[in-house]
Ligand binder design. Structure first.
Ligand SMILES: *Cc1c(COP(=O)(O)O)cnc(C)c1O
Length: 456
């Protein structure tokens, strides 16, 4: 499979290369040149597979060679052996809501589904065994999923940048109580967008990147996306009629995986982009203006993002793969603080996507009502997607992606329903453990210095 960059169509990279790099050398995002489209007969065959075999069929379409089906199967079996449900994900019907629980992995958020696989892909693809330094920005869940997947791995160091005091207490504790010597937690005095910007700047500094043999596992890494495509297929096969998916959205990675599933032939009607008050995606989808504003802290912190990186992949598509136009848009974003797409292009997005904003007050109300009516506790991210699904009226059934376990957002749940969430068994000792992290100013050079110091 050949990969290009959204900013350079003539690039010619293989999967191993794009996996280890994460971000294209020109600052663009990697995309495959071909996407396999399954016909009806092939879909029928896929529908009878279990989660792992389905994953093998889908993931291999993007990474073989170097990873063939046998290798992928071994990786998936190992990756998902720690999940606490047999089928990796769980579909629950609660009244009209079809909830797909994606949080049965070691850190109780959907990020585990891709990250556990990525951890093993590093071992399979890092052929020269040179030490890799992975730098990742997190709005709370990516970091813990990456730590769970990479702790104790030989030849890998992991540096996790989270926004200081802007994630939940439990999210922070899960990350900072890991005592593996290859894990470093940095609390950046800024917000998630600042963390993400620092990581992107490091990627763009050829010399620094080479010096530390840097790699990245943010959702800009294509491997994350392909692992997430699998559960869209799995969920559809449980519904077996045209479906909408309602997706709690921040960096546009998860819902974009749904878009690729649709391109692969899955009969998806609308992809519902649920946002909190950080609603840049609602604005661009409804008005065509992509304009980041200040990040507003909300009750769904993993979605407190204004620069939704993966949107560049969709942009490339709706601009008919014109890399020069993507470059122009990104230049305008850098220089003027925004870019615009025209009516025609908005129409193309709206064919596949609907966007809805759910504010904090509504999020609390949805959690409370859901608990009173069904005795089920939604986490605040999933609650935004439930809220967004109520607003969509078409003839398709809707699957809501449940992205996190409510325990990770104890304080918010207490606020909504006046009760504590039972502690999941994985975390029975969490509150007693000692935390370890470094607080550093929101300055690229300070963070680079810290990293260099640690890997000496
Ligand atoms: C990361 C995350 C999201 C947002 O996913 P994106 O791929 O960044 O759009 C939503 N909910 C939870 C719980 C998350 O951890």
């Amino acid at each position: 499979m050949n990969y290009i960059s959204t900013r350079n169509k003539s690039l010619n990279f293989d999967f191993r290369n794009i996996f280890l790099r994460g971000l294209a050398p020109d600052g663009g995002l990697f995309l495959p040149t071909d996407i396999k489209k399954f016909n009806e007969k092939e879909l029928k065959e896929l529908s009878s597979l279990n989660y792992i075999d389905l994953g093998v069929e889908i993931i291999s379409k993007f990474c073989s060679p170097p990873l063939d089906k046998n290798k992928i199967k071994i990786i998936l079996e190992k990756a998902y052996s720690s999940f606490d449900t047999k089928n990796i994900v769980k579909m629950k019907k609660i009244d009209n809501i079809n909830l797909l629980e994606l949080y049965h992995g070691p850190t109780l958020a959907f990020k585990d589904i891709a990250m556990q696989v990525i951890g093993l892909m590093y071992e399979a693809l890092n052929l020269n065994k040179k030490k890799i330094n992975i730098i990742v920005a997190t709005s709370g869940d990516t970091g813990s999923a990456a730590i769970a997947a990479l702790k104790g791995k030989k030849n890998i160091n992991l540096f996790v940048l989270h926004p200081h005091e802007k994630i939940s207490n439990i999210q922070r504790k899960i990350m900072t109580t890991c005592d593996s010597s290859n894990i470093y937690n940095i609390a950046v005095k800024g917000n998630f967008d600042d963390c993400q910007k620092i990581v992107k700047q490091m990627f763009n500094e050829e010399e620094f990147r080479e010096k530390i043999n840097m790699s990245g596992v943010n959702s800009i890494n294509w491997a994350r996306i392909i692992c997430q495509i699998v559960y869209y297929f799995y969920a559809y096969f449980q519904m077996s009629s045209k479906v909408n998916f309602s997706v709690p959205t921040g960096n546009f990675g998860d819902v974009y995986a749904g878009y690729i599933a649709k391109k692969m032939g899955l009969p998806i009607d609308k992809l519902i982009v649920a946002t909190n008050e950080n609603d840049i995606l609602c604005r661009v989808i409804n008005s065509g203006e992509y304009k980041p504003s200040h990040v507003k802290p909300s009750l769904s912190p993993s979605m407190d993002i204004q620069v939704a990186s993966n949107f560049e992949r969709l942009l490339f598509d709706i601009l008919n793969g014109d890399d020069q136009k993507v470059i122009k848009s990104m230049k305008s974003l850098n220089e003027n603080g925004f870019f615009k797409i025209n009516e025609e292009e908005i129409k193309k997005i709206k064919k596949n996507f609907v966007a809805e904003k759910i504010n904090d007050a509504d999020t609390l109300r949805i959690i409370k009502d859901f608990f009173i009516n069904y005795g089920f506790i939604l986490d605040p991210h999933t609650a935004t997607a439930v809220g967004a699904s109520y607003k969509i009226k078409n003839n398709s059934k809707t699957v809501v992606l449940g992205t996190a376990h409510p325990y990770k957002f104890l304080e918010t749940i207490k606020l909504a329903i006046g009760k504590n969430v039972e502690t999941p068994k994985q975390f029975s000792n969490l509150l007693k453990k000692v935390e370890k992290f470094e607080i550093i100013d929101n300055k690229l050079n300070d963070i680079k210095k810290y990293i260099i110091e640690k890997i000496k």
